[in-house]
Design a protein around this ligand. Structure first.
Ligand code: HEC
Length: 101
């Protein structure tokens, strides 16, 4: 019975293990540079702009949220990200800053 419980726990945790499992974080990092994602963030917070992802009152608090926020940001510069680009960027940001499970 005990083992069965841990098996269930394992199955449940792996189901949510990686929210952007189909995204390629390495490519996401390249896209981040290509689209100059930091440009506005630097203007807002200085430094390399990454403080926008680590500030105490950051906006993004879920994997879904992250996608929505990126759509708003890319929309602001008139860029339409493909689904794959969103996944890649999200995988990169999640791996580096957010760590959503
Ligand atoms: C036109 C300017 C602009 C560009 C370009 C831009 N952003 Fe943003 N981004 C913002 C602003 C402004 C905020 C903060 C919004 C706030 O605090 O209310 C933000 C916030 C974010 C956040 C949320 C940070 C948090 O609080 O958790 C993410 C994620 C993000 N941007 C991703 C991106 C990505 C990925 C790109 C490149 C595709 C990008 N941004 C390009 C303006 C921009």
């Amino acid at each position: 019975m005990k083992n069965y419980f841990f098996l269930l726990l394992f199955a449940a945790s792996t189901a949510h293990a990686a929210p952007f499992a189909d995204g390629n974080a390495t490519n996401g990092q390249k896209l981040f540079l290509k689209y100059e994602c930091s440009s506005c963030h630097i203007g807002k917070l200085g430094g390399d702009g990454s403080a926008i992802f680590t500030r105490i009152n950051r906006r993004v608090n879920s994997a879904d949220n992250l996608i929505v926020q990126m759509e708003q940001c890319s929309g602001a510069i008139g860029k339409q990200l493909t689904m794959q680009e969103k996944l890649d960027l999200a995988a990169h940001l999640n791996q580096t800053y957010y760590h959503f499970k």
